[in-house]
Design a protein around this ligand. Structure first.
Ligand code: IPM
Ligand code: MN
Length: 379
């Protein structure tokens, strides 16, 4: 039996409050299943508090320390500080945010998955009843693209100032994220078929679909490369329907008929933006989970963190909804479940308990720990 070693990083703001519910849930799951063994080690870093004390948001060797774990469970990062504007979440202002991108890069967590499937009882922002049928998975390229942060500023502060911001796309990263999207489309079709929820896409009525998002009409170099690689990979998946949207049109369709999508694959920045939109379709940030995985090397620790941030405006008040964090924990258990049937069972149990709680209480205002109590009671 494998003992999973998890590095728990509560972080800033509401992070510690929601993470506390996640670790309680993991304990409860292990208590009811002898075959599940998870050992959590909590670190105070990265966080703003650590920065105040040590002048850095994490110890210098923090990536080495994290490398010893099977997985990382993160609450939220970013504290604007008492004097700065709480609406500013720039990497340079919220010092504790920087390790977030460093961890993604350091462990080559090249794949970010953000499922969008509203649970009954969650806020429904769309009036159309078909919104209940939304079931898509947004797969975000998580290692390069618009996030390489190369460039610079010339003639700073003058009327002649120029800023450049390079976006970099490699064949290798593009191929692996697109192939992963097709693989996931197959897995999803398989699950739907066994749950009796089969769907049909395209004129050929295929069981699954991958939609590629680019801005090829304005940004042709990477747009063309993505499109060509997409076509080549698609040839290996004749059972999967393919579709291409420009990112602006994709935003519109996420609102006008999101139930048409299955798997959506997008660049780092496009994926970032689309998944905030998709979070609203889920019922909000409070119920939207997320993962950062090295899908080609399971020895590199993945990081599981909700899509939401540290919400400093409600921090420390027992007001934050823990559902996103609990569903994120279920995604971690899914990842473990590939090797460990006990973890796979635990993922299902946790998701069922969170959904039952949402279905029973919907949008009622309840305390963070009260929701935790109810979910853990059901486990
Ligand atoms: C996210 C966040 C981060 C991102 C920020 C905090 C750098 O928005 O996880 O989606 O852009 O990736
Ligand atoms: Mn984001």
């Amino acid at each position: 039996q494998k003992t999973w070693r998890v590095a728990v990083l509560p972080g800033d703001g509401i992070g510690p409050e929601v993470v506390a519910q996640a670790t309680r849930a993991l304990e409860a799951l292990a208590a009811r299943d002898d075959e599940l063994a998870i050992e959590c080690t909590t670190f105070e870093w990265p966080s703003h508090a650590w920065h105040e004390r040590h002048g850095e948001s994490a110890p210098a060797d923090y990536l080495d320390q994290l490398a010893a774990f099977d997985a990382i469970l993160l609450g939220a990062l970013g504290d604007p500080g008492p004097t700065s504007d709480p609406d500013r979440y720039l990497l340079s202002d919220a010092v504790s945010l920087a390790p977030l991108l460093e961890i993604r890069k350091g462990f080559d967590q090249w794949c970010c998955e953000r499922p969008c499937r509203p649970l009954p009882g969650a806020n429904q922002y769309l009036a159309d009843p078909r919104a209940a049928d939304i079931d898509m998975l947004v797969i975000r390229e998580n290692s390069e693209g618009e996030y390489v942060n190369q460039g610079g500023r010339l003639a700073v502060g003058t009327p002649h100032e120029i800023a450049t911001q390079v976006a970099l796309f490699t064949h290798r990263a593009t191929e692996r994220i697109i192939r992963h999207a097709f693989e996931q489309a197959r897995v999803r079709a398989h699950h739907r078929a066994s749950d009796g929820r089969a769907r049909e896409f395209g004129r050929e009525a295929r069981a699954s679909q991958v939609c590629l998002v680019t801005k090829r009409n304005a940004q042709r170099y990477w747009g063309d490369m993505y499109t060509e690689i997409f076509a080549r990979v698609a040839a290996d998946y004749p059972d999967v329907d393919t579709h291409h949207e420009l990112v602006d049109a994709a935003c519109m369709k996420f609102v006008s008929h999101p139930w048409m999508f299955d798997v959506v694959v997008a660049s780092n920045l496009h994926g970032d933006i689309l998944t905030d939109l998709a979070a609203v379709l889920n019922g909000g940030m409070g119920v939207s989970p997320s993962s950062n995985i090295n899908a080609s090397d399971r020895s590199r620790p993945p990081m599981f963190e909700p899509t939401h941030g540290s919400a400093p405006d409600i921090a420390g008040r027992n007001l934050a909804g823990p559902a996103a964090m609990l569903l994120t924990t279920a995604m971690m258990l899914d990842w473990m479940g590939v090797e460990d049937p006990a973890a796979a069972r635990a993922a299902e149990r946790l998701r069922t308990a969170v959904s039952a709680d949402l279905a029973a209480h919907g949008g009622e205002a309840r305390a963070t720990d009260a929701i935790g109590d109810a979910v853990i009671g059901a486990l």
